[in-house]
Design a protein around this ligand. Sequence first.
Ligand code: ADP
Ligand code: MG
Length: 267
Amino acid sequence: MSTLTIEGLHASVAGREILSGVNLEVAAGEVHAVMGPNGSGKSTLAHVIAGRSGYENLSGSVRLDGRELLRMPAWQRAEAGLFLAMQYPTEVPGVSLLDMLTESVRTPEDTAVGELMAGEAERIGFDEQFLQRPVNVDLSGGERKRNEALQLGVLKPAFAVMDELDSGLDVDALRIVAGRIEEATEHEGLGVLAITHYSRIFAHLRPDAVHVFAGGRIQESGGAELADELEAEGYERWTAALTADPDDAVPQAFTDPFGDPFADQLA
Ligand SMILES: Nc1ncnc2c1ncn2[C@@H]1O[C@H](COP(=O)(O)OP(=O)(O)O)[C@@H](O)[C@H]1O
Ligand SMILES: [Mg+2]
């Protein structure tokens, strides 16, 4: 059984610590939801796990079946079985989706990548014309998310980190795309870390655990009912506790749009 283990993860970007001690374990076939307010560091967590450049790992570890991912370049992490569905999937001009996936799928029995892609495209209602076109170029937000799901269906990773997969998808598309991922967890043992603001995706992708992420770490964990509670009540309970700490308080000049930005923050 595959397991993704995150322990004591601290990381910074642009000289500021964003992840402050993340601990999390996801087993094969499980879906763990990470929900938190804007700017709390959710995408940073996704990027640090996947190995995007520009992030500094300060301490801790991220292991896939005991292998330390933090020491590997991004491509090696992918080879080890990790997949990242990005919040804002990037355009790759000049490279078709077919070429990209043909290069990525290396096992000999999967040589008919084109057929595999066409099958996946049909399953999730992704227009086949996009398979030949440059990756994500001129695609709508929803089409990009379908594209991420198609790649996942073809690459069959052991673990997927999905950063706001639900954003940009209408209700029908959400049902189809999230349903495809749910199927992969059931039939292929895919483990999922699903980052989101909203619980609506969990009607189709059933979480085994829900984690509240605020202030750069997991503040509370629970079952699916916690997602509904967050949807109804928001994150105030956790963010209020954070700003109550004087060390974490946001200087007045930054919260007041008419405040003097050059004022002495400590005055
Ligand atoms: N490349 C970067 N350079 C500078 N600051 C960044 C960068 N990436 C993220 N941040 C900052 O880190 C914080 C967390 O961002 P992010 O992880 O995107 O939050 P979330 O996904 O939870 O909305 C924000 O304050 C954001 O401005
Ligand atoms: Mg984000």
